[in-house]
Design a protein around this ligand. Structure first.
Ligand SMILES: [Ca+2]
Ligand SMILES: [Ca+2]
Ligand SMILES: [Ca+2]
Length: 538
């Protein structure tokens, strides 16, 4: 259950010989790489992108001072900074670049949170941890059964993590013992694979140690990696899976179950190491200036809404952040996060419906669990109260650089009806903390690539509605040449058509989207010329 959809571990790609540092921008035809044709699109547009588009990034904050993001952040022109007053009357004091829902006015900020599963478990456990359900009425019995299911999933999660910790400890201890035997035998503390290979001994203990150390060396397993895994899992048990964790109560101090309790948070957006939000922002909006990296949208301003902790985000924060974005002028909202349980899905559903009414596009990362989201529900979801999908909601899976059978990233979620399109999501170089750059993988990076495409479309063709932008992205997706692609999470399988894994059957493509918008959607604006988007803009 990965809450923020970045994967930090990169696996080497077979045949990864080209310089792929900017592969997401390359062209499937001229470069033979499944990028989105950013450069080709800009060459074609020839400076025609004009209108400034506002994209809200709901994430864990962003490094506002990053050199490659200079001047790219949205500024609330109606708010006077640092006067402790809500000058524009939008309900938020001194909100200049957005809002931080995970903090308090005193300047303390929340980093760690529980999973939604843990919170649901704690809530139901208080009410339904009984031996006898005989006295329950129908409604209580339904809730009791839900509790039993949640309790089982929670307990499974805890025992799985505990088992993993035990396993890593066992492996680590085996390593320590073997390492000590080998060092003693070789009479030196630093040794090579060749040194170990030469050891000949009839002693079972030494033969076993040799085997273990050679296995470690062959697989490239490092002691530090094992140790950091143990720390990570132990933290998960102590924080994410701890039903008694009270960080929200202690720091934010709102009632997270009450959507009308909106006065909380602060204006601090660059706190608690916002690596994830900085990476998302960079992929979308980094300056195309010949240094650092290239983003996708040029005339764009990024509104930052800090909502996602290390743990599961709260539905209330997501709902209020969507509303903030909609009410303060965002055209597009990027959501590179998600969870498998939702305590108040109606909060978010109503906010998505408001965004739909106000014509704001929401781009959502599909998630990194190799799951079929047609079968397993993820939240937030574009499924509305009336059972239809919001027309302003687009879900994005992660794709790979090469047009071959593994072109869908092995970690990516997919869904014939619930994932709309794939976008580059493996080894994408983007901005990270301290003004630096790093490669990231995950649907978290695929979503802002689609948000970037949407922003360019909106900028060139401002009359396009959110549903039209979604439609153009789907209709113009590049259909790879490989006819059968492997289904994520199923090992080596015979493969299916890409249209079995997403609505569009393709990979987002900026150049093709611009051409389609120009050819088929431009005359929709009160009969104006469809030959030149610059004229349409006026
Ligand atoms: Ca304000
Ligand atoms: Ca103010
Ligand atoms: Ca740059």
């Amino acid at each position: 259950m990965q809450k923020i959809f970045f994967l930090f571990v990169l696996f080497p790609l077979a045949g990864f010989t080209q310089d792929l540092s900017n592969w997401q921008h390359l062209d499937p035809e001229t470069d033979s790489i499944l990028g989105i044709s950013t450069y080709k699109a800009y060459e074609y547009l020839n400076g025609r992108q004009t209108d400034t588009v506002v994209v809200a990034i709901i994430d864990n904050g962003a490094e506002l001072t990053h050199e490659d993001l200079a001047g790219k952040f949205w500024e609330n022109g109606n708010e006077i900074p640092d006067n402790q007053l809500d000058d524009d009357g939008n309900g938020y004091v001194d909100d200049i670049n957005g809002w931080n829902f995970l903090g308090n006015p005193g300047g303390s900020n929340l980093k760690h949170e529980t999973l939604e599963l843990t919170r649901l478990y704690a809530q139901y456990h208080n009410m339904y941890n009984v031996d006898d359900s005989a006295s329950f009425d129908t409604l209580q019995l339904a809730e009791y059964n839900k509790y039993l299911e949640i309790r089982k999933n929670y307990e499974d999660e805890v025992s799985q993590k505990k088992a993993e910790v035990a396993l890593y400890r066992q492996i680590l201890s085996g390593y320590h013992v073997s390492d000590s035997i080998i060092r003693k035998r070789l009479k030196k503390d630093v040794y090579t694979e060749a040194d170990v290979g030469k050891i000949r001994s009839r002693k079972a203990e030494i033969a076993e140690a040799k085997k273990i150390i050679l296995t470690f060396m062959a697989l490239g397993i490092k002691q530090e990696v094992l140790e950091s895994q143990i720390i990570r899992l132990t933290n998960d048990l102590n924080l994410k899976l701890n039903p008694d964790l009270k960080s929200r109560e202690e720091i934010v101090k709102d009632n997270p179950d009450n959507l009308t309790d909106t006065i909380y948070g602060n204006n601090m957006l660059d706190v608690m190491g916002p690596d994830h939000g900085t990476g998302v922002t960079g992929a979308l909006a980094a300056l195309q200036n010949g240094t650092g990296i290239d983003g996708i949208a040029r005339t764009v301003r990024i509104m930052i809404l800090r909502v996602v902790p290390d743990g599961d985000e709260r539905d209330k924060d997501v709902a209020l952040a969507i509303r903030y974005a909609v009410r303060n002028g965002a055209d597009i909202i990027n959501c590179s996060f998600g969870k498998k349980y939702s305590a108040q899905p109606e909060f978010v559903r109503d906010a998505i419906a408001e965004a739909e009414r106000k014509d704001v596009l929401i781009v959502h990362a599909a998630g990194n669990d190799s799951e079929d989201t047609d079968k397993t529900r993820y939240y937030p979801s574009g499924l509305l109260q009336d059972g239809r999908y919001a027309r302003n909601w687009i879900t994005v899976g992660a794709s790979m650089p090469y047009d071959q059978e593994d072109l869908v990233a092995g970690f990516s979620n997919y869904g014939k009806t619930t994932v709309d399109v794939f976008a580059p999501g493996y080894g994408v170089t983007t901005c990270t903390l301290d003004g630096s750059y790093n490669k990231f993988s995950g649907t978290s990076i695929s979503a802002p690539i689609v948000s970037g495409v949407a922003a360019v479309l909106k900028s060139c063709f401002p009359h396009l509605t959110a549903p039209q932008i979604k439609e153009i992205i789907i209709r113009s997706a590049y259909v790879p040449r490989t006819t059968l692609v492997q289904v994520p999470g199923k090992g080596n399988n015979t493969g299916v058509e890409l249209s079995e894994l997403c609505v569009s059957g393709g990979i987002v493509n900026l150049y093709r989207a611009v051409i389609l918008a120009e050819q088929e959607y431009c005359d929709l604006q009160q009969g104006k010329s469809n030959s030149d988007p610059a004229i349409v803009n006026q």
